[in-house]
Write a protein that binds this ligand. Structure first.
Ligand code: 1HE
Length: 268
Protein backbone atom coordinates (compact mmCIF):
# COMPACT_ATOMS: atom_id res chain seq x y z
CA UNK A 1 0.00 0.00 0.00
CA UNK A 2 1.31 3.46 -0.88
CA UNK A 3 2.37 5.41 2.21
CA UNK A 4 0.58 8.52 3.36
CA UNK A 5 2.19 11.34 5.29
CA UNK A 6 0.70 12.22 8.66
CA UNK A 7 1.89 15.73 9.63
CA UNK A 8 1.05 15.09 13.29
CA UNK A 9 3.88 12.55 13.50
CA UNK A 10 6.48 15.31 13.15
CA UNK A 11 7.70 17.64 15.88
CA UNK A 12 11.15 18.93 14.88
CA UNK A 13 9.85 19.42 11.37
CA UNK A 14 6.66 21.28 10.50
CA UNK A 15 5.18 19.35 7.60
CA UNK A 16 2.27 20.67 5.58
CA UNK A 17 0.69 20.17 2.16
CA UNK A 18 0.54 23.85 1.27
CA UNK A 19 -0.99 23.49 -2.20
CA UNK A 20 -2.11 20.45 -4.08
CA UNK A 21 0.91 18.14 -4.18
CA UNK A 22 3.33 20.83 -2.96
CA UNK A 23 4.55 20.16 0.55
CA UNK A 24 6.43 22.55 2.78
CA UNK A 25 8.89 21.01 5.22
CA UNK A 26 10.20 23.51 7.76
CA UNK A 27 13.00 22.90 10.23
CA UNK A 28 11.17 23.80 13.39
CA UNK A 29 13.76 24.51 16.08
CA UNK A 30 14.33 28.23 15.62
CA UNK A 31 15.46 28.60 19.26
CA UNK A 32 18.37 26.27 18.39
CA UNK A 33 18.87 27.86 14.98
CA UNK A 34 17.45 24.65 13.46
CA UNK A 35 20.54 22.67 14.46
CA UNK A 36 20.21 19.07 13.33
CA UNK A 37 19.86 16.81 16.34
CA UNK A 38 19.46 13.07 15.87
CA UNK A 39 15.67 13.25 16.14
CA UNK A 40 15.39 15.83 13.36
CA UNK A 41 17.49 13.58 11.14
CA UNK A 42 15.10 10.68 11.84
CA UNK A 43 12.15 12.88 10.87
CA UNK A 44 13.90 13.81 7.62
CA UNK A 45 14.41 10.09 6.93
CA UNK A 46 10.73 9.43 7.63
CA UNK A 47 9.38 12.23 5.46
CA UNK A 48 11.67 11.72 2.49
CA UNK A 49 11.25 7.92 2.59
CA UNK A 50 7.50 8.32 2.23
CA UNK A 51 7.39 11.29 -0.16
CA UNK A 52 8.14 9.54 -3.49
CA UNK A 53 5.20 7.14 -3.10
CA UNK A 54 2.81 9.48 -1.28
CA UNK A 55 1.88 11.67 -4.23
CA UNK A 56 4.23 14.50 -3.29
CA UNK A 57 4.86 16.55 -6.46
CA UNK A 58 7.43 18.96 -5.01
CA UNK A 59 8.85 19.97 -1.64
CA UNK A 60 9.93 23.36 -0.39
CA UNK A 61 12.46 22.90 2.42
CA UNK A 62 12.78 25.90 4.71
CA UNK A 63 14.03 26.94 8.14
CA UNK A 64 12.05 28.74 10.85
CA UNK A 65 13.35 31.93 12.46
CA UNK A 66 16.30 33.95 11.22
CA UNK A 67 18.47 31.09 9.94
CA UNK A 68 18.06 28.12 7.63
CA UNK A 69 20.20 25.70 9.63
CA UNK A 70 23.20 25.84 12.01
CA UNK A 71 24.37 22.33 11.14
CA UNK A 72 25.14 19.51 13.54
CA UNK A 73 23.60 19.95 16.99
CA UNK A 74 26.88 20.69 18.76
CA UNK A 75 25.29 20.66 22.22
CA UNK A 76 23.78 17.21 21.73
CA UNK A 77 27.12 16.04 20.32
CA UNK A 78 28.96 17.51 23.31
CA UNK A 79 26.54 16.08 25.88
CA UNK A 80 26.41 12.59 24.37
CA UNK A 81 30.21 12.26 24.24
CA UNK A 82 29.80 9.77 21.40
CA UNK A 83 32.10 6.90 20.54
CA UNK A 84 33.56 6.72 17.01
CA UNK A 85 31.07 3.96 16.18
CA UNK A 86 28.14 6.00 17.55
CA UNK A 87 29.07 8.97 15.41
CA UNK A 88 29.65 6.83 12.34
CA UNK A 89 26.15 5.40 12.73
CA UNK A 90 24.72 8.89 13.21
CA UNK A 91 26.43 10.03 10.00
CA UNK A 92 24.95 7.04 8.21
CA UNK A 93 21.48 8.25 9.27
CA UNK A 94 22.31 11.70 7.84
CA UNK A 95 23.29 9.95 4.62
CA UNK A 96 20.08 7.93 4.70
CA UNK A 97 18.07 11.16 4.88
CA UNK A 98 20.12 13.12 2.36
CA UNK A 99 20.31 10.24 -0.14
CA UNK A 100 16.53 9.83 0.10
CA UNK A 101 16.33 13.50 -0.81
CA UNK A 102 18.82 13.54 -3.66
CA UNK A 103 17.86 10.19 -5.20
CA UNK A 104 14.17 10.04 -4.26
CA UNK A 105 12.81 11.48 -7.48
CA UNK A 106 10.74 14.26 -5.88
CA UNK A 107 11.90 17.82 -6.67
CA UNK A 108 13.15 19.51 -3.50
CA UNK A 109 13.60 23.27 -3.49
CA UNK A 110 15.55 24.70 -0.56
CA UNK A 111 14.55 28.21 0.53
CA UNK A 112 17.68 29.65 2.13
CA UNK A 113 18.11 32.57 4.49
CA UNK A 114 20.55 33.44 7.24
CA UNK A 115 23.11 30.81 8.24
CA UNK A 116 23.45 27.83 5.92
CA UNK A 117 26.46 26.36 7.65
CA UNK A 118 28.16 23.06 8.30
CA UNK A 119 25.55 20.32 8.21
CA UNK A 120 23.03 22.97 7.17
CA UNK A 121 24.97 23.40 3.93
CA UNK A 122 25.10 19.63 3.59
CA UNK A 123 21.31 19.54 3.94
CA UNK A 124 20.83 22.37 1.44
CA UNK A 125 23.16 20.73 -1.06
CA UNK A 126 20.98 17.59 -0.98
CA UNK A 127 18.10 19.60 -2.46
CA UNK A 128 17.78 19.84 -6.24
CA UNK A 129 17.33 23.60 -6.38
CA UNK A 130 18.55 26.23 -3.93
CA UNK A 131 17.02 29.71 -3.71
CA UNK A 132 18.82 32.24 -1.50
CA UNK A 133 17.81 35.65 -0.25
CA UNK A 134 20.12 38.56 0.57
CA UNK A 135 20.58 37.41 4.19
CA UNK A 136 21.83 33.91 3.34
CA UNK A 137 25.44 32.97 3.93
CA UNK A 138 27.40 29.77 3.55
CA UNK A 139 30.28 28.37 5.58
CA UNK A 140 31.85 25.13 6.76
CA UNK A 141 32.98 25.88 10.33
CA UNK A 142 33.96 22.26 10.97
CA UNK A 143 37.69 23.02 11.02
CA UNK A 144 37.26 25.65 13.74
CA UNK A 145 35.13 23.29 15.85
CA UNK A 146 37.64 20.44 15.76
CA UNK A 147 35.33 18.45 13.50
CA UNK A 148 35.05 17.18 9.96
CA UNK A 149 32.08 17.05 7.63
CA UNK A 150 29.96 13.92 8.05
CA UNK A 151 26.81 14.63 6.08
CA UNK A 152 28.09 14.48 2.54
CA UNK A 153 29.80 17.84 2.07
CA UNK A 154 32.89 16.15 0.66
CA UNK A 155 30.65 14.95 -2.16
CA UNK A 156 27.88 17.50 -2.61
CA UNK A 157 29.51 20.81 -1.62
CA UNK A 158 32.49 19.82 -3.74
CA UNK A 159 30.07 19.21 -6.61
CA UNK A 160 28.56 22.65 -6.15
CA UNK A 161 31.64 24.83 -5.74
CA UNK A 162 34.70 22.65 -6.39
CA UNK A 163 37.27 20.87 -4.25
CA UNK A 164 39.70 23.76 -3.75
CA UNK A 165 37.02 26.15 -2.55
CA UNK A 166 35.52 23.55 -0.22
CA UNK A 167 38.92 22.79 1.33
CA UNK A 168 39.64 26.51 1.82
CA UNK A 169 36.23 26.96 3.50
CA UNK A 170 37.03 24.16 5.94
CA UNK A 171 40.56 25.37 6.63
CA UNK A 172 39.71 29.03 7.16
CA UNK A 173 36.00 29.23 7.99
CA UNK A 174 35.56 31.52 4.98
CA UNK A 175 32.01 32.82 4.52
CA UNK A 176 30.36 33.31 1.13
CA UNK A 177 27.26 35.44 0.69
CA UNK A 178 25.29 37.56 -1.77
CA UNK A 179 25.74 37.55 -5.52
CA UNK A 180 29.23 36.04 -5.23
CA UNK A 181 27.76 32.98 -3.50
CA UNK A 182 25.16 32.53 -6.20
CA UNK A 183 27.72 33.02 -8.97
CA UNK A 184 29.94 30.35 -7.41
CA UNK A 185 27.10 27.81 -7.38
CA UNK A 186 25.81 27.74 -3.82
CA UNK A 187 22.34 28.61 -5.17
CA UNK A 188 20.72 28.67 -8.60
CA UNK A 189 18.56 31.68 -7.67
CA UNK A 190 19.23 34.79 -5.60
CA UNK A 191 16.28 37.06 -4.86
CA UNK A 192 15.74 40.50 -3.35
CA UNK A 193 12.61 39.46 -1.45
CA UNK A 194 11.60 36.23 0.23
CA UNK A 195 13.46 33.08 -0.75
CA UNK A 196 10.44 31.11 0.45
CA UNK A 197 8.08 32.80 -2.00
CA UNK A 198 10.56 32.34 -4.83
CA UNK A 199 11.07 28.68 -3.87
CA UNK A 200 7.29 28.17 -3.97
CA UNK A 201 7.29 29.59 -7.52
CA UNK A 202 9.99 27.11 -8.54
CA UNK A 203 8.06 24.28 -6.87
CA UNK A 204 4.85 25.24 -8.70
CA UNK A 205 6.67 25.15 -12.03
CA UNK A 206 8.29 21.79 -11.29
CA UNK A 207 4.99 20.33 -10.07
CA UNK A 208 3.45 20.98 -13.49
CA UNK A 209 5.75 18.39 -15.05
CA UNK A 210 4.67 14.78 -15.22
CA UNK A 211 5.76 12.95 -12.04
CA UNK A 212 7.68 10.33 -14.02
CA UNK A 213 9.69 13.04 -15.79
CA UNK A 214 10.49 14.64 -12.43
CA UNK A 215 11.39 11.25 -11.01
CA UNK A 216 13.99 10.82 -13.74
CA UNK A 217 15.30 14.37 -13.39
CA UNK A 218 15.58 14.12 -9.60
CA UNK A 219 17.09 10.66 -9.35
CA UNK A 220 18.59 9.52 -12.65
CA UNK A 221 20.90 12.51 -13.09
CA UNK A 222 22.45 11.88 -9.67
CA UNK A 223 22.75 8.14 -10.21
CA UNK A 224 24.35 8.68 -13.59
CA UNK A 225 26.99 10.96 -12.10
CA UNK A 226 28.16 7.94 -10.11
CA UNK A 227 28.59 5.80 -13.24
CA UNK A 228 31.16 5.56 -15.97
CA UNK A 229 30.25 7.56 -19.08
CA UNK A 230 29.50 4.30 -20.92
CA UNK A 231 27.17 3.06 -18.20
CA UNK A 232 25.54 6.47 -17.79
CA UNK A 233 24.76 6.65 -21.50
CA UNK A 234 23.25 3.19 -21.34
CA UNK A 235 21.21 4.04 -18.23
CA UNK A 236 20.08 7.30 -19.83
CA UNK A 237 18.75 5.40 -22.83
CA UNK A 238 16.87 2.98 -20.58
CA UNK A 239 15.35 5.76 -18.48
CA UNK A 240 14.41 7.72 -21.61
CA UNK A 241 12.84 4.57 -23.01
CA UNK A 242 10.48 4.47 -20.05
CA UNK A 243 9.88 8.20 -19.53
CA UNK A 244 9.65 9.35 -23.14
CA UNK A 245 7.00 6.78 -24.04
CA UNK A 246 4.78 7.31 -20.98
CA UNK A 247 1.13 7.51 -22.01
CA UNK A 248 0.65 10.76 -20.08
CA UNK A 249 3.19 12.46 -22.37
CA UNK A 250 1.08 11.90 -25.48
CA UNK A 251 -1.24 14.82 -24.78
CA UNK A 252 1.75 17.14 -24.38
CA UNK A 253 3.28 15.93 -27.62
CA UNK A 254 -0.06 16.27 -29.41
CA UNK A 255 -0.31 19.86 -28.17
CA UNK A 256 3.08 20.61 -29.66
CA UNK A 257 2.07 18.97 -32.93
CA UNK A 258 -1.19 20.93 -33.22
CA UNK A 259 0.67 24.16 -32.26
CA UNK A 260 -1.37 24.80 -29.11
CA UNK A 261 1.62 24.24 -26.79
CA UNK A 262 3.83 27.14 -25.69
CA UNK A 263 7.06 27.59 -27.63
CA UNK A 264 10.46 28.08 -26.06
CA UNK A 265 11.35 31.77 -26.44
CA UNK A 266 14.13 34.11 -25.34
CA UNK A 267 13.58 36.06 -22.10
CA UNK A 268 12.96 39.50 -23.58
C1 1HE B 1 23.05 25.52 18.52
C2 1HE B 1 23.75 25.45 17.29
C3 1HE B 1 24.29 24.22 16.93
C4 1HE B 1 23.08 27.48 17.58
N1 1HE B 1 24.10 23.18 17.75
N2 1HE B 1 22.90 24.46 19.30
N3 1HE B 1 27.69 24.49 13.26
C5 1HE B 1 28.27 25.64 13.66
O1 1HE B 1 29.44 25.67 14.00
C6 1HE B 1 27.39 26.85 13.74
C7 1HE B 1 27.09 27.15 15.19
N4 1HE B 1 26.12 28.24 15.35
C8 1HE B 1 26.44 29.54 15.13
O2 1HE B 1 27.50 29.91 14.66
C9 1HE B 1 25.38 30.54 15.49
O3 1HE B 1 24.54 29.96 16.48
C10 1HE B 1 24.49 31.02 14.32
C11 1HE B 1 25.32 31.90 13.40
C12 1HE B 1 23.88 29.86 13.54
C13 1HE B 1 23.32 31.86 14.89
O4 1HE B 1 23.84 32.87 15.73
P1 1HE B 1 22.87 33.57 16.79
O5 1HE B 1 23.67 34.67 17.44
O6 1HE B 1 21.59 33.95 16.14
O7 1HE B 1 22.48 32.44 17.86
P2 1HE B 1 23.32 31.87 19.11
O8 1HE B 1 23.17 32.82 20.28
O9 1HE B 1 24.69 31.47 18.73
O10 1HE B 1 22.51 30.53 19.42
C14 1HE B 1 21.15 30.57 19.84
C15 1HE B 1 20.84 29.22 20.44
O11 1HE B 1 20.96 28.22 19.42
C16 1HE B 1 21.80 28.81 21.54
O12 1HE B 1 21.09 28.01 22.43
P3 1HE B 1 20.65 28.55 23.89
O13 1HE B 1 19.96 27.36 24.49
O14 1HE B 1 21.91 28.96 24.57
O15 1HE B 1 19.72 29.70 23.62
C17 1HE B 1 22.82 27.99 20.80
O16 1HE B 1 23.50 27.07 21.62
C18 1HE B 1 21.92 27.26 19.83
N5 1HE B 1 22.65 26.78 18.65
N6 1HE B 1 23.76 26.69 16.74
C19 1HE B 1 23.42 23.32 18.90
N7 1HE B 1 24.95 24.04 15.77
C20 1HE B 1 27.46 15.43 10.32
S1 1HE B 1 28.78 16.40 10.71
C21 1HE B 1 28.30 18.04 10.49
C22 1HE B 1 29.31 18.94 11.17
C23 1HE B 1 28.78 20.32 11.39
O17 1HE B 1 27.69 20.68 11.07
S2 1HE B 1 29.89 21.37 12.18
C24 1HE B 1 29.13 22.92 12.09
C25 1HE B 1 28.29 23.20 13.32
Amino acid sequence: MAPTIDPTRFTNLAVEERESGIWVVTLNRAAKRNALDSHTVEELVEFFSAAPRAGVRAVVLAGSGDHFCAGLDLIEHHDEDRSPADFMHLCLRWHEAFNKMEYGGVPIIAALHGAVVGGGLELASSAHVRVMDQTAYFALPEGQRGLFTGGGATIRVTDLVGKSRMIDMMLTGRVYQGQEAADLGFAQYIVEGSSFDAAMDVARKAAQNLPLSNFAICSAVSHMQNMSAMDAAYAEAVVAGVVNTQPDARARLAAFADKSAARVRRND
